[in-house]
Design a binder for this molecule. Structure first.
Ligand code: CTP
Ligand code: CA
Length: 226
């Protein structure tokens, strides 16, 4: 039944994973979000537990069961995710940021429900923190993996993110491709490590992809202190 054998790839490692979308409130009954369902991050958490890791999963609002053995922390907004991630970062050995974090939030959140009126209205937006960028800046011993969701020229944009955010590796997804990206059970990706190692992963389940990513990361981490 459990097609994934247990391994010891990440035995003794502390793994921090983010998953899901964030919600950015306009008023008590309205928010901005994105189509992320959290499946990739939860698959990573599940496989990391199976690899013997001590797993912390920080997730936006999703409707998925917590992987057995993972410590789950629920957050709603990009700001909350930022705060929780920074709290857990110093102790982590491997960090994988698969969450689809909002880049913008409404500048103002109304305390009471806005009433509709005949005309349209404009919402002013402001930037959220780029959590991954901040982790890259503060990186010490951590092996840091980011995701890139792209619809055009994925490889170029992905490489730029690897560089700019000071990552050790990036998983690049073409979310315009059928069966890849948001909401699906499968993904096709290009995985590029800072070390120069690159892998093309054809369409496979998110659990299979998670296993591949964790195997690659654990190999790069051998020799690092546990
Ligand atoms: N990310 C983050 N905090 C943000 C935005 C993105 O930590 N506020 C992380 C995501 O979790 C992902 C990576 O950055 O691991 C790339 O996200 P993506 O949306 O593809 O790239 P951005 O850097 O946000 O650039 P853009 O959306 O303009 O392509
Ligand atoms: Ca973004």
């Amino acid at each position: 039944e459990d097609e994934y054998r247990k391994t010891e790839w990440l035995k003794g490692r502390r793994v921090l994973i983010t998953a899901g979308p964030t919600q950015e409130k306009i008023d008590p009954v309205r928010y901005f979000t994105n189509p992320s369902t959290g499946k990739m991050g939860f698959a990573l958490a599940r496989q990391a537990v199976r690899s013997g890791a001590d797993v912390t999963l920080i997730t936006g609002p999703v409707s998925l069961h917590t992987p057995k053995g993972a410590k789950r922390i629920d957050v709603v907004s990009a700001q909350e995710m930022y705060e929780e991630v920074l709290k857990h970062y110093p102790a982590a050995d491997l960090v994988i940021k698969s969450a689809a974090v909002a880049d913008y939030r409404p500048k103002e959140t109304f305390e009471h429900k806005m009433k509709k009126s005949p005309g349209g209205y404009a919402v002013q937006m402001e930037r959220t923190h780029d959590i991954l960028q901040e982790l890259g800046t503060r990186k010490e011993h951590q092996y840091l993996i980011g995701f890139a969701a792209e619809t055009n020229d994925p490889e170029r944009y992905g490489r730029e993110k690897l560089e700019k955010k000071n990552l050790d590796a990036i998983v690049i997804n073409n979310v315009a491709e059928e069966g890849a990206g948001f909401g699906t059970d499968t993904n096709a990706s290009l995985f590029i490590q800072k070390s120069g190692r690159e892998k093309i992963y054809p369409m496979m389940t998110k659990d299979q992809l998670a296993e591949e990513i964790l195997k690659e990361a654990s190999q790069e981490m051998t020799g690092r202190e546990r």
